[in-house]
Ligand binder design. Structure first.
Ligand SMILES: [Zn+2]
Length: 414
């Protein structure tokens, strides 16, 4: 074992012990945060509570309006960042928990857990001799646009803090409870919104031959969209288009509307597919509209890029999780989206998924469900996942030869 690896292994053991001491307070903090959720763009109170929970140890600078950035360990040189999202959702909570929120806003995505875990991990880290800076990113607006992650990157936080890698961890009911999923490569899709507007000539429902029917055109375009995907993107690279809004007419049965509109989400996992698929949609919409004597205008509202996990960080985190006594799990890949991908675009980064359960619920409520409520042990599992990510990133930055295949038993190094 190299001296640096010995140092990291020793660090992991001491960090784990320090974390144990922080967890009771972190679990209380999680309840408090859960009871006081903030909507996207209005996370200032959550930011102040978190900054307050760390103010005796780490000072934070405001960033991206309601966000903040703080650092512990070496003040200069490369660092590893950990991210926690600050926002909750416009969901009326139905968990029945003693610390449930009221008022139609709820931490239904587990961000309260992520925040408490970040605080616990940062507090524990201040007692240690870290080899690289550890940067806490308190990120606003994960659930809505404009993306808080993009704003942080555009504000220059990566260069300012010399961030080499960013680590994120998200609770997920689809991962076995107590396990953590990593996995290199594609994890989440690029998410763009497509709007198609049809213009024709309205008329009387009894005289369609005298009109240019926007309803007929829009219907054929909606049905044709899956076929465009199939004919443009290899089936070996996941991609889809789903229509969420199809609007035409003002409620009359016998009036043919002149205007119609489709709003669809386009999910792709490859940057080239992202461009060619949109072009193909525009062409199909224009030509179909033309066939019905109408015109189509197609626009794209660009969302987050695909989330690509760095493979070296992913396998490194798996090794560290095993040493910390945490089970691994199959990677959580989906065509969902998370703006953590803007960090992955900026520097090689890693998003981990942490298996949680809502007590007494069968089937388990999904993320964003009004009954979704991870147990308290989720706080320390998220903290350990972030810790494993930091250790893998430090291992990479410090240039330690990757030692997959090491035959030592999990925990033995500690
Ligand atoms: Zn979330």
């Amino acid at each position: 074992m190299t001296p640096t690896l010995t140092r990291l292994t020793d660090l992991a053991a001491r960090w784990n012990l320090a974390l144990e001491r922080e967890l009771p307070a972190a679990r209380r903090l999680r309840r408090e945060l859960h009871a006081a959720p903030c909507l996207s763009g209005q996370e200032h109170p959550a930011r102040e509570r978190l900054v307050g929970a760390l103010s005796d140890l780490i000072s934070f600078d405001r960033l991206a309006d309601a966000g903040a950035v703080g650092r512990t360990g070496p003040a200069d040189g490369p660092s590893v960042a950990i991210r926690a999202e600050l926002d909750a959702l416009p969901v009326t909570e139905l968990t029945g928990a003693s610390f449930a929120a009221s008022g139609g806003v709820m931490h239904a995505c587990g961000h309260d857990v992520h925040q408490a875990a970040l605080v616990a991990l940062l507090r524990a880290a201040t007692r240690l001799d870290l080899p690289l800076g550890l940067v806490g990113l308190l990120q606003p607006r994960e659930e809505s646009y404009p993306s808080g992650a993009l704003e942080m990157v555009q504000a220059g936080v990566i260069a300012e803090q010399e961030i080499a890698h960013v680590i994120g961890a998200h609770v997920h009911p689809g991962v076995p409870r107590g396990a953590v999923a990593s996995g290199g490569g594609f994890i989440n899709a690029a998410a763009d919104e497509i709007e198609i507007r049809i213009s024709g000539r309205g008329g009387h429902g009894a005289y369609p031959h005298d009109a240019s029917d926007a309803v007929a055109a829009i219907s054929h375009i909606a049905i044709g969209l899956p076929e465009v995907v199939r004919r443009t993107v290899s089936p070996l690279r996941p991609a889809l288009i789903s229509v969420g809004t199809l609007a035409a007419g003002e409620g009359a049965a016998n009036v043919l509307p002149a205007e119609a509109r489709i709003l669809a989400t386009m999910r792709t996992t490859d940057p080239a597919d992202r461009a060619t698929l949109f072009d193909a949609v525009r062409e199909m919409a224009e030509r179909t509209a033309q066939a019905y004597g109408t015109t189509a205008t197609t626009t794209r509202i660009e969302g987050e890029p695909a989330l690509i996990n760095d493979p070296t960080l992913a396998s490194g985190a798996d090794d560290w999780l095993a040493r910390l006594g945490v089970d691994g799990a199959e990677p959580m890949r989906s065509l969902g989206a998370d703006d953590f991908s803007y960090f992955c675009d900026a520097v090689p980064s890693l998003m981990l998924f942490v298996g949680v359960e809502t007590a007494g619920e069968h089937p388990q409520p999904a993320l964003h469900h009004p009954r979704f409520l991870p147990g308290e042990d989720a706080v320390d599992l998220v903290a350990r996942a972030l810790m494993a990510g930091y250790l893998a990133a430090a291992e990479r930055v410090l240039g330690i030869e990757h030692h997959r295949g090491d035959s030592s038993e999990p925990g033995e190094d500690a």
